[in-house]
Ligand binder design. Structure first.
Ligand code: FES
Length: 378
C-alpha cells in the first residue's frame, strides 16, 4: 500500500443502544448528568416510536440495550419496551434509582426477560442519601435490593462518589456486601451538567481521593471471592483525558426522550452541530450519515496539540463536551490533558477543592423549576 494514502476509517455498527426514555425523575440529584435545560424537552417519544427505534437498532447490529432516564420506571410502557428488546435479541439493562419499583412491576420485567438491573445508591447513610436526592428514599432502596435478589437478578450497584460521601466509602462497600451485591461501581462524579454547577462543593481533595482508593483496595482484597468492585478515578485528578464514550460514534448510540439521537448524553449542547431526530430519520441514517455522528469520528478533525500527539488514537483528544465546557471550544484538546492550553482551568478546580471557603455556596438541586430558571435566556 502507498504509505502516503490514509485509509478511510470504516465505521462499524453501534454496540450499545441507550434509550433515555424520559428526563422525568422523582429525585433531585446534585450530580445528575441530564442536561441542565432538560425541562425544555419537547414531547417524549411514543411507545410505537420506541418500538421502531429498538427494531432499527437491532437491524443495525446493536447487541445491548440500556433503558435509562431520568427515571425510566416513570414510563408505563417500560415492560413493553423491555419485552420487545428481549425478543429482538438484545441483552437488556435497566438503570434505575429503584424509586417506584414494586413487586408486581419486577414480576412484569422478569416475564419480559430483562437481563440486568443496575440500582443506584447515593450513600451508606440515610441522612446523606436523602439529602443528596432531596427525597426520602434510602429505606426504600434497601427494600428494592432485597426484591431484586429474590428474583434471581445479580445485585449490581452504582454509587456516584464525591466530596460529600467519599469519606464513607468503606461503609458504602460494607453496605453493598450486606445487600449481597455481586458488582459495585464506585464512579467518581464527572463534571458535566448539574455536577458542573456544583463542582466546587462536590470535588474531593487529593487526600480524600487517595484515602478512598486505599480503603477500596483493602475491601477489594477482602471481598475478592464474592464482589467485583470498580473504582472509577475522576479524570480531573488523573490528569489524563479519557476515551470518552469509547470514541465518538464508535460504540454508543443514545436516543433522548424527545427522539434526538446523540453520540453521548450531553452532546446536544455542542455549538455548530446538528443532531438528527429519530422521528424524521432512520437509525441507519443517524449512525452512518448524519453530520452530528460523523463530525468527531476518527482523528481528522483534531487540531494541535492533539493532531501530533502520540496518544491521539488512545484517547481521541478526550471528551468533546468537556472541551466545550472548560475551553469554550469543542475542537480543542480536553483540558484535563496537561498538554492543553486550557489545562489551568482544571488545575484551578483542583485547587478550589483544597480551599474550604469555596464549598460554602449552596448546592443546586436538579429540579424542573431550577432548570427553567438557569436556562431562561437560552
Ligand atoms: Fe460528550 Fe464526552 S460527554 S463527548
Amino acid at each position: 500500500m502507498n504509505a502516503l494514502v490514509t485509509p478511510t476509517p470504516t465505521v462499524g455498527p453501534p454496540m450499545w443502544l441507550l434509550a433515555e426514555v424520559t428526563y422525568r425523575c422523582p429525585l433531585h440529584c446534585v450530580f445528575c448528568y441530564n442536561p441542565v435545560d432538560f425541562a425544555k424537552t419537547e414531547q417524549e417519544l411514543s411507545t410505537d416510536d420506541w418500538l421502531r427505534v429498538l427494531r432499527e437498532g437491532r437491524e443495525l447490529g446493536a447487541v445491548q440495550c440500556g433503558f435509562s432516564g431520568g427515571e425510566p420506571l416513570l414510563r408505563d410502557d417500560l415492560e413493553i419496551l423491555i419485552g420487545e428488546a428481549r425478543k429482538l435479541g438484545y441483552y437488556t439493562n435497566l438503570i434505575t434509582s429503584g424509586v417506584g419499583l414494586t413487586e408486581a412491576r419486577l414480576d412484569a420485567f422478569k416475564a419480559a426477560g430483562l437481563d440486568h438491573i443496575q440500582l443506584s445508591f447515593q450513600d451508606s447513610s440515610k441522612e446523606i442519601n436523602d439529602f443528596l436526592t432531596h427525597t426520602r428514599t434510602f429505606d426504600l432502596k434497601q427494600k428494592v435490593g432485597d426484591m431484586l435478589k429474590a428474583r434471581g437478578w445479580p445485585m449490581v450497584m452504582n454509587v456516584v462518589i464525591h466530596r460529600l460521601n467519599i469519606e464513607h466509602i468503606g461503609r458504602i462497600i460494607e453496605m453493598a456486601d450486606e445487600l449481597g451485591a455481586e458488582y459495585l461501581e464506585l464512579a467518581n462524579a464527572q463534571y458535566y451538567s448539574w455536577a458542573l454547577l456544583n463542582r466546587d462543593q462536590l470535588m474531593p481533595t487529593r487526600e480524600q481521593l487517595k484515602r478512598a482508593e486505599e480503603v477500596t483496595n483493602e475491601w477489594k482484597a477482602k471481598l475478592a471471592d464474592r464482589m467485583r468492585i470498580l473504582f472509577v478515578v475522576p479524570d480531573y485528578h488523573e490528569g489524563k483525558p479519557k476515551k470518552c464514550m469509547n470514541g465518538w460514534g464508535n460504540v454508543f448510540l443514545t436516543v433522548t426522550p424527545d427522539g434526538t439521537a446523540l453520540p453521548c448524553h450531553t452532546a446536544r449542547m455542542l455549538p455548530g452541530l446538528s443532531f438528527p431526530n429519530v422521528r424524521e430519520h432512520s437509525l441507519r441514517h443517524v449512525w452512518f450519515e448524519s453530520e452530528g455522528f460523523n463530525h468527531y469520528r476518527g482523528t481528522g478533525w483534531m487540531k494541535e496539540p492533539c493532531q501530533s500527539c502520540d496518544d491521539k488514537k488512545k484517547d481521541y483528544g478526550g471528551c468533546r463536551c468537556q472541551a466545550y465546557l472548560l475551553a469554550g471550544d469543542p475542537d480543542a484538546a480536553d483540558p484535563v490533558c496537561p498538554k492543553s492550553p486550557h489545562h489551568s482551568e482544571v488545575v484551578a478546580a483542583l485547587e478550589n477543592a483544597e480551599n474550604p471557603a469555596r464549598q460554602a455556596q449552596p448546592l443546586i438541586f436538579r429540579d424542573p423549576k431550577e432548570s427553567r430558571r438557569l436556562t431562561a435566556d437560552t
